[in-house]
Design a binder for this molecule. Sequence first.
Ligand code: SAM
Length: 236
Amino acid sequence: MNLKTKGRLYGIGVGPGDPELLTLKALRLLQAAPVIAYQSATDKESIARAIVAQYLTGNQIEVLFHLPRALEPEKAKSIYDKEIEPIAAHLAAGQDVVVLCEGDPFFYGSFMYVFTRLSEQYQTEVVPGVSSLMACPVALSVPFTYYNDILTVLPAPLSAEELTTQLLTTDAAAIMKLGRHFPKVRDILHKLGLASRARYIERATMAQQRIIPLDEVDPAKVPYFAMIVIPSKNRL
Ligand SMILES: C[S@@+](CC[C@H](N)C(=O)[O-])C[C@H]1O[C@@H](n2cnc3c(N)ncnc32)[C@H](O)[C@@H]1O
């Protein structure tokens, strides 16, 4: 592989929201970078940038890119190709670029779309971050998995059948990307007798964190940054 040696690409996990959950390595790279890049869903503020705002030096070039959600894969591909061009241009010009990613970069992270497109051309380093998968159970104060428990991570947009099948065979689960899928998920949890064990949290570790009993959640107000945690029923 013939890597260009000019700019280096960094993908850094900035954690789930609390700025103190950034790693020391991420902080060092962030403050040394001439260029930082971050994504937001179109027209929305970048959560990742907000998390690190207090650490920015004030003299860095900032690149915002949009990765609209819920697109057909083919349409998404060409939009993502185009959105990532400004990052490639800085790297080609010899500038290091730090790409911020909420949570962990390789756990459903937006950085993966950058990595796929640029890591074969530019030296790339990825710094893990505290993921929502770790932060939500801790914020909820629920020990999550014991001993040989099986943990299943489920995106809520999956079909009711698939969610049911997976939930029937696991010890513990995290259900992500709830948004408008919340009512379907809550129904399934009631049908499977899991509702009393399930815990709901939104914007974990952020200033606006809320923990609400499952049956009191208003389905019309479930944000994108929300998760249902079903801890293991084992207690050792
Ligand atoms: C595209 S994934 C990104 C995951 C991220 N890379 C991570 O490591 O946590 C977005 C989903 O992660 C979950 N999530 C991320 N941060 C969260 C937070 N602070 N509180 C609750 N859920 C969160 C939500 O389920 C959201 O729909």
